[in-house]
Design a protein around this ligand. Structure first.
Ligand code: ADP
Ligand code: ZN
Length: 750
C-alpha cells in the first residue's frame, strides 16, 4: 500500500517505516528533544498539529514537530513506538512559530520543550470553545400573564425578537440585575438559548481617522508605513525626544499593517510594552486612534480571557495584540508588524525559566514571520544604536516635541554645597522650587527609585544592620505596614523593639530615604498640598494605576512622589517640575550598564515635565555634578554620552562590541556551589578571543537561601557563545542539587 499512499498529503513530512508512519512530537516539558510516535491510520498528523500522546502513564498534549535534518542513528524500534491518541481541534502551530521555538531554544540553551511550553501556555485554548448561554424572548402565549414591572419592561424593550442576548450586557443595558433576568425566565417571559460563536475581539479599523501627522512626523510616518507595506523583514529604530509623537507614528504603522494590500488581507500586529499593566493611558490612545480596544496579553489577564485571546490570535481573529514579553509566543498565523516600545527597558529581559531578552527575540520573531520590526525609544540602548551604525537596522528620528512644547531645562543641585537639613532629604533649592510650582497651581513630582521608608535599619548602639536571612540584602523598612521586608525574596518581619545583636532597646534607626520617607518630609513641608505616591506596592494592579493617572490629569493632585513606575510613558500635561531626590542612586555597584541605565531612567523621568504649554524644569540632587551622567542630562546631548560609552566598551570587547554569557551556579549548600563553580573554572574554555572571568561570588551571593557563584564567558563579537557553552557544560558533571543557569547576553549582574 506504500506506493498508493505516495501522493497522500502529509507524506512529504513524515517517515514511513515498514508500513507505519512515525512523526516527532515535541512535548512542553524540559526534555532534551522531541519523541517519536506512530500515526495511526487514517490520522493525518502534519507538522504543527496539536496532538495528545501517551507518556509513561499519562496523556500529554504536544505538537507534531518537523522531521530531523538528519535521520536519528538510533531510532526507537517500530514495535516499541506508541501511537498518537488523538488530534486536537485547534489551528496547527504555524511554521514560523515552530522555527521560533527552535531558535530561542538553541540561542538560550534551554530545552526546546521548555520554550514550547511558553508557546502553548493556555492548554484550555486547544479545546473547542464552549458555547455560551444567553437569553431570547419567549414566544407569547400561556394563560397566566406574568407581572410586568418597569424593570422587566426595560429588559423586554432592550431585546430584539429572535436574537440571543448575552446576560450581563443585556442586564447592563436595561439597568437591572441578573436576578431580574432569572425571574423573567421562571415566569416564561424569556428563555435560555445558546449564543452564536462570535469573536469578542473587535477589528480595529485602519481607516478610522487618527491625528494628522505634521512636518517630520509625516515624513517619518510615511517611511515607516512603506516598510510595513513591503511585507518583508526589516528592523527600524524609531527615536525622538519624549513627546515627539513616536507613539502616534507607530500606531499609524499598525494601521498600515491591518490594511489589505494587493489583494492580500491585512496582517496581525503585536506591540510589546515593558509595563503593560500600567499603560491605561496607552490603551486610551489606541482606542482614540482605532475606535476599539486591542487584545491584551499580560500576567494579570484572567484565565478565561487568556484562553479566548490565545484562540482568537491563532484563528486570526485578534488583529492587534498589545502585551508583555510573553506575547511573543502567541500563535500568530500571519504577523506583519512587531513594535517594541521603550526598547531600552530592562523589563524586557526574562530572568527565570527560559532566560531571554524580548527585544532581541522580537527581532527574530519578525524575521521568521517576514514582518517589519520597529524598536522605539527616546533613549535607545547602545545595542540598538550600534546595530544602526553597522547598517543592520534602519533609523528614523523625530527631532522635536509635538505642538511646540519645549524640552524641560535640567539643572543639578550640588548636595555638597546646598545639603538638606539634618535628617532631611530635600535640599533648600528643591524645596523652594516645589513651593513655587505648587503655588502657581502647577504639579510637581519627586522621584526616588526606592520603595518603602528606609533601605537600611541600623542599631545606633552596636552598628548591627538588619539583613535578610535568605539573601545578601538589607531589609527595607515599610513603616506604613510596620514591616521590614526583603525586596528579593519577600521575607518580612516586624521591626524588633530591641537590637537582635546587643539587646539595646529602641536603638534601631532608619538610614536613608525611600518614597514613604520622602512623603513624610513632603507632608511636613506642604501640609496643604494634595499628595499621591506612585510605587508598585501603593498602586497594585492596572486599575489603581489608571485611576492615579486620571486623578493627575484632572488636577486632583499637586505633588506626585514616585518610584520608577512614574518614568513610563505617562502624559501629564500640568506637570512642570520634576525633582530627582537621589540622582546618584543607580551609579553605585559594578554593573556594566549602570551609567547607561541611569541616563535612560532619569531622562525618561525628566521627560514627564513640560509636556504641554507651560515649560518644564528638572532638578537633579547629586553629590557628583561633574559625573558624565549628570553632564549628559543637563546638556541633553545623549548622543555624545552614548558615543563615550561606546568608546569605553569597545576596546575590552564588552557588549555590544563583544559577547557575554553568564553561568550562575547555585546550591543550598555553599560548599557544593563552590565545588561546581571551581570545576567549571578548571574546565573553562580559552583560546583567541575567548575569556572566562570567575568563578566569583555573584553580587547577590545568597538569594532565596541559595548560595550563588558566577562565571562570565566573554568572546569577540564574531565568536558565538552557544557552541562553546554547550561543549563546556558537557565536560563538567553537575550534582543533582546544584543548578547551573545559563544567561546569554546578561543585562543585570545580580
Ligand atoms: P512620544 O511617544 O514620542 O512620547 P506621543 O506620541 O506620546 O510622543 O505624543 C505626545 C503627545 O502629543 C500625545 O498626547 C499625542 O497625542 C500628541 N501628539 C503627537 N503627535 C500629534 C499629532 N500629529 N496631532 C495631534 N496630537 C499629537
Ligand atoms: Zn531575601
Amino acid at each position: 500500500m506504500l506506493p498508493l499512499m505516495g501522493k497522500h498529503r502529509g507524506m512529504e513530512d513524515t517517515a514511513t517505516v515498514s508500513g507505519r508512519t512515525r512523526v516527532r512530537v515535541l512535548l512542553p516539558l524540559p526534555l532534551a528533544g522531541a519523541y517519536d510516535y506512530a500515526v495511526p491510520a487514517p490520522m493525518a498528523a502534519r507538522p504543527g498539529a496539536f496532538v495528545s500522546v501517551p507518556l509513561n502513564q499519562r496523556e500529554v498534549i504536544g505538537v507534531v514537530w518537523d522531521p530531523p535534518a538528519e535521520p536519528d542513528p538510533n531510532p526507537v524500534p517500530d514495535r516499541r513506538l506508541r501511537p498518537i491518541s488523538h488530534l486536537l481541534p485547534a489551528p496547527p502551530m504555524a511554521e514560523s512559530l515552530r522555527r521560533f521555538v527552535d531558535w530561542v531554544s538553541a540561542y538560550t540553551l534551554s530545552p526546546p520543550g521548555a520554550v514550547l511550553r511558553m508557546a502553548m501556555s493556555v492548554p484550555a485554548a486547544l479545546e473547542p470553545p464552549t458555547p455560551q448561554a444567553g437569553w431570547v424572548l419567549a414566544p407569547p402565549g400561556g394563560n397566566s400573564r406574568p407581572r410586568i414591572t418597569p424593570e422587566r419592561q426595560r429588559v423586554l424593550d432592550a431585546m430584539q425578537p429572535g436574537e440571543v442576548h448575552a446576560g450581563a450586557p443585556l442586564a447592563e443595558r436595561a439597568g437591572v440585575s441578573l436576578g431580574v433576568l432569572r425571574g423573567m425566565a421562571e415566569n416564561g417571559l424569556i428563555r435560555p438559548a445558546l449564543l452564536p460563536h462570535r469573536s469578542r475581539f473587535a477589528r480595529p479599523d485602519p481607516a478610522h481617522p487618527g491625528p494628522a501627522l505634521g512636518g517630520t512626523q509625516a515624513e517619518v510616518g510615511a517611511a515607516l508605513r512603506a516598510k510595513v507595506a513591503a511585507r518583508a523583514f526589516g528592523v527600524t529604530l524609531l527615536t525622538g525626544v519624549t513627546g515627539s509623537g513616536k507613539t502616534e507614528v507607530y500606531l499609524d504603522a499598525v494601521a498600515e499593517c491591518l490594511r489589505p494590500r494587493d489583494g492580500k488581507p491585512g496582517r496581525q500586529a503585536l506591540v510589546l510594552l515593558p509595563e503593560i499593566a500600567l499603560s491605561a493611558q496607552w490603551l486610551d490612545r489606541f482606542r482614540a486612534r482605532f475606535g476599539v480596544a486591542p487584545a491584551l496579553w499580560h500576567s494579570e489577564v484572567t484565565s478565561r480571557t487568556r484562553r479566548d485571546t490565545w484562540r482568537a490570535v491563532a484563528e486570526g481573529e485578534a488583529p492587534v495584540v498589545v502585551g508583555a514579553r510573553s506575547a511573543l509566543f502567541l500563535p500568530f498565523p500571519d504577523l506583519g508588524l512587531v513594535v517594541v516600545d521603550e526598547e531600552h527597558e530592562t523589563a524586557f529581559k526574562q530572568e527565570d525559566g527560559v532566560v531571554y531578552h524580548a527585544r532581541d527575540m522580537a527581532v527574530v520573531r519578525a524575521r521568521l514571520s517576514g514582518a517589519a520590526c520597529v524598536l522605539v525609544s527616546a533613549t535607545p540602548s547602545l545595542e540598538s544604536l550600534t546595530n544602526v551604525e553597522t547598517g543592520r537596522y534602519d533609523a528614523l528620528h523625530l527631532p522635536e516635541r509635538h505642538g511646540g512644547a519645549t524640552l524641560p531645562a535640567v539643572e543639578v543641585i550640588d548636595l555638597r554645597r546646598t545639603p538638606p537639613e539634618r535628617g532631611r532629604f530635600l535640599s533648600p533649592p528643591l524645596v523652594d522650587a516645589v513651593t513655587a510650582t505648587i503655588g502657581r497651581g502647577e504639579q510637581a513630582m519627586l522621584f526616588l527609585n526606592r520603595r518603602g521608608y528606609a533601605p537600611l535599619t541600623l542599631c545606633r548602639h552596636c552598628g548591627h544592620r538588619m539583613r535578610c536571612p535568605n539573601c545578601t540584602a538589607w531589609l527595607v523598612e515599610h513603616r506604613a505596614k510596620r514591616l521590614l521586608q526583603c525586596h528579593h525574596c519577600g521575607h518580612a518581619e516586624p521591626p524588633p523593639a530591641e537590637c537582635p545583636e546587643c539587646g539595646t532597646e529602641h536603638s534601631l534607626t532608619a538610614v536613608g530615604p525611600g518614597v514613604e520617607r520622602v512623603l513624610e518630609e513632603a507632608t511636613a513641608l506642604w501640609p496643604e498640598a494634595r499628595r499621591l505616591v506612585m510605587a508598585s506596592d501603593t498602586l497594585p494592579g492596572p486599575a489603581a494605576a489608571a485611576e492615579a493617572a486620571r486623578a493627575i490629569q484632572d488636577r486632583e493632585v499637586d505633588l506626585i512622589i514616585g518610584t520608577q513606575i512614574v518614568a513610563k510613558g505617562w502624559h501629564f500635561p500640568h506637570l512642570t517640575l520634576v525633582g530627582v531626590v537621589d540622582a546618584d542612586l543607580g551609579l553605585a555597584g559594578g554593573d556594566l550598564r549602570a551609567a547607561e541605565r541611569t541616563v535612560q531612567l532619569l531622562h525618561q523621568v525628566a521627560g514627564r515635565a513640560g509636556r504641554a504649554e507651560a515649560p518644564g524644569r528638572v532638578l537633579l540632587q547629586s553629590f557628583s555634578p561633574e559625573h558624565p551622567v549628570m553632564r549628559a542630562l543637563v546638556s541633553g546631548d545623549l548622543e555624545a554620552f552614548m558615543q563615550e560609552e561606546a568608546a569605553m566598551r569597545r576596546p575590552g570587547h564588552w557588549p555590544p562590541f563583544g559577547r557575554l554569557a553568564a553561568l550562575i551556579v547555585s546550591s543550598e549548600e555553599e560548599r557544593e556551589a563552590d565545588r561546581t563553580a571551581r570545576d567549571l573554572g578548571l574546565a573553562a574554555p580559552g583560546g583567541e578571543g575567548v575569556q572566562v572571568l570567575g568563578p566569583a561570588p555573584a553580587p547577590l551571593a545568597l538569594l532565596r537561601g541559595r548560595h550563588r557563584r558566577r562565571l562570565l564567558l566573554k568572546t569577540r563579537r564574531d565568536i558565538a557563545v552557544q557552541p562553546i557553552l554547550r561543549d563546556w557544560l558537557a565536560r563538567v558533571p553537575v550534582p543533582n542539587h546544584v543548578r547551573v543557569q545559563v544567561d546569554v547576553d546578561p543585562v543585570g549582574f545580580l
